[in-house]
Design a protein around this ligand. Structure first.
Ligand code: TEU
Ligand code: CA
Length: 527
């Protein structure tokens, strides 16, 4: 395989640590649990594990409210546990990516305690404080992503502080060089411990309009959308100066060699591309959520892939995401059968795939009874909560699906006795086996890992076909987004070998001229 940096060749697997494996019987996953399951990740065939936040936190937003950027919350374990996790991961050639949350801290972070103490506090300017509007009330019309105004009045000093998310998550002021320096130190703290990279939370939010202008109304707003969409986020996020901030973080990572900077960015395609930065000084991988936001149709997905490929800056490496801890699960969005096509797509497109834990089991939307709702967003804006995609990983048919000896913090899926790693790992037709085989093929064929991409136009509206190629090897992927069978012409004279079908079986068969595709079947052919 050609020499390529690990994060381009590899596959990222996201662990939501509360829900992966509990080892001390409190119903919440922990670091030792992740360490215990590293053999599983190595067996599955992923290359890196991204762990959602494990820093000390009051958990108002389950760790996305950090009270100390250089520690581990006791709920998850200790720094020693963390060091052991890194060492054990590296022993298995797995990389470790930390979630970094620099846009806001917890309201309990000592920096904020200092900042709010008085207008004269040396740390006052570490956060974003503004006087009330002239007639009283919040300084401008910016809204919180979780509902309500993004400004909270602190009566002690008579000023409002800004929070793009919960009031318990005050935004830091990245225009202040002292904030940048402190955050760079935090990055170095983890890099020195051997961390291989960071997924940076809401990276496009770091800089806000210097003049704090009102956001314009969004003409497309409708009441079923979260309230944040009432206005277009023109001034509260995605400011051009943010690229300089990101280049600063990237420079810290570059001192450590091959470490990766991934940016969480929910923006339209053209803006997303800007986050590779001038001369690629930005994020190595601005997360590409377009598959989550595009209707699940062959023509729409084909168009998306082509636009994305065409929009990449020179040298910019692509990446693909099907789900995460903020989004309804892929199996719930497209259905169990199409989720297999989605897996085949994710793992055969050009670029680094990020897989969300549990999606390899086809885990669906787990209904949460009202008394068990945990996500604060669900309380603020019912219907938008993210608990259904954060339920415990299902390992075996035993009590609590092998996740814990106690009642888990969120309910297990009802089908946990059959939908679990133990039950699925040796079944040829299982979703888990499908993932493992796809990940295996990615390692085996440079064409999949690092090769080129081209669309194969077939003129069949329900079929998306494309090729991946490298050094004379050509793989053709044919995906049936519909529920009818098709005979697919093979547009050249060569014979092809079926490497795998999403339906299992068929591997090794030789085909030429045409190949039959069952409803919702995907094929990978080798020329
Ligand atoms: O998410 C940012 C974010 O924009 C989402 O919450 C988004 O609003 C939602 O998913 C709709 O698509 C990040 C984290 O991933 C999330 O878990 C945190 O709650 C949030 O930042 C605040 O840190
Ligand atoms: Ca635990």
């Amino acid at each position: 395989m050609p020499e390529t940096v690990w994060w381009k060749r590899g596959t990222v697997y996201q662990v939501y640590p509360r829900s992966f494996q509990d080892t001390n019987g409190d119903g919440v996953g922990d670091l030792r649990g992740i360490t215990q399951r590293l053999d599983y990740l190595a067996w599955l065939g992923v290359d890196a594990v991204w762990i959602s936040p494990v820093y000390p936190s009051p958990m108002a937003d389950f760790g996305y409210d950090v009270a100390d950027y250089c520690g581990i919350d006791p709920l998850f374990g200790t720094l020693d546990d963390f060091d052991e996790l890194v060492a054990e991961a590296h022993r298995r050639r797995l990389k470790v990516i930390l979630d970094f949350v620099p846009n806001h801290s917890s309201i309990r972070h000592p920096w904020f305690t200092d900042s709010r103490a008085s207008r004269a506090s040396p740390r006052r300017d570490w956060y974003i404080w503004r006087d009330p509007a002239p007639g009283g009330g919040p300084p401008n019309n910016w809204l919180s992503n979780f509902g309500g105004p993004a400004w909270t009045l602190d009566p002690a000093t008579g000023q409002y502080y800004y929070h793009a998310f919960l009031a318990e998550q005050p935004d830091l002021n990245w225009r202040n060089p002292a904030v940048r320096a402190a955050m760079h130190d935090a990055l170095r703290f983890w890099l020195d411990r051997g961390v291989d990279g960071f997924r940076v939370d809401v990276i496009w939010h770091l800089m806000k309009d210097e003049g704090f202008r009102d956001n314009p109304e969004n003409p497309d707003f409708s009441a079923d959308l979260p309230e944040i969409n009432r206005f277009a986020q023109v001034y509260s996020a995605d400011r051009p100066e943010v690229l300089d901030v990101i280049a600063g973080m990237r420079a810290v990572l570059r001192d450590y060699g091959e470490r990766v900077l991934i940016g969480e960015i929910y923006l339209p395609m053209e803006r997303l591309m800007a986050y590779y930065g001038p001369d690629l000084t930005g994020a190595d991988m601005p997360f590409n959520f377009q598959l989550i936001q595009t209707p699940w149709r062959a023509d729409a997905v084909c168009e998306l892939v082509e636009n994305y490929e065409a929009g990449l800056p020179e040298g910019g490496w692509p990446n693909w995401v099907l789900g995460n801890h903020d989004q309804p699960r892929i199996a719930a969005r497209v259905g169990e059968l199409q989720a297999r096509i989605a897996a085949m797509l994710l793992l055969t497109l050009r670029g680094t795939p990020t897989l969300y834990y549990g999606d390899e089991l086809g885990l669906g939307h787990v209904p949460i009874p009202p008394e068990r709702v945990r996500d604060p967003w669900e309380r603020n804006e019912p219907g938008h909560g993210r608990d259904p995609e954060r339920t415990p990983m299902q390992w075996d048919a035993g009590p609590q699906a092998g996740f814990s000896t106690a009642e888990p913090w969120l309910p297990l899926s009802e089908d946990a006795t059959t939908r679990n790693v133990d039950a699925m790992r040796d079944t040829a037709t299982s979703m888990l086996t499908l993932h493992r085989r796809l990940l295996g093929l990615r390692r085996e064929h440079a064409a999949l890992a690092v090769g080129g991409y081209r669309t194969v136009p077939l003129g069949l509206p329900e079929i998306f076909a494309y090729e991946r190629f490298e050094d004379g090897t050509v793989l053709r992927i044919v995906l049936n987004f519909g529920d009818a069978g098709h005979t697919i012409p093979l547009t050249d004279a060569s014979a092809w070998t079926i490497l795998m079908s999403s339906h299992a079986g068929r591997s090794g068969a030789r085909v030429s001229g045409a190949v039959d595709l069952a409803p919702a079947e995907g094929l990978i052919l080798l020329r």
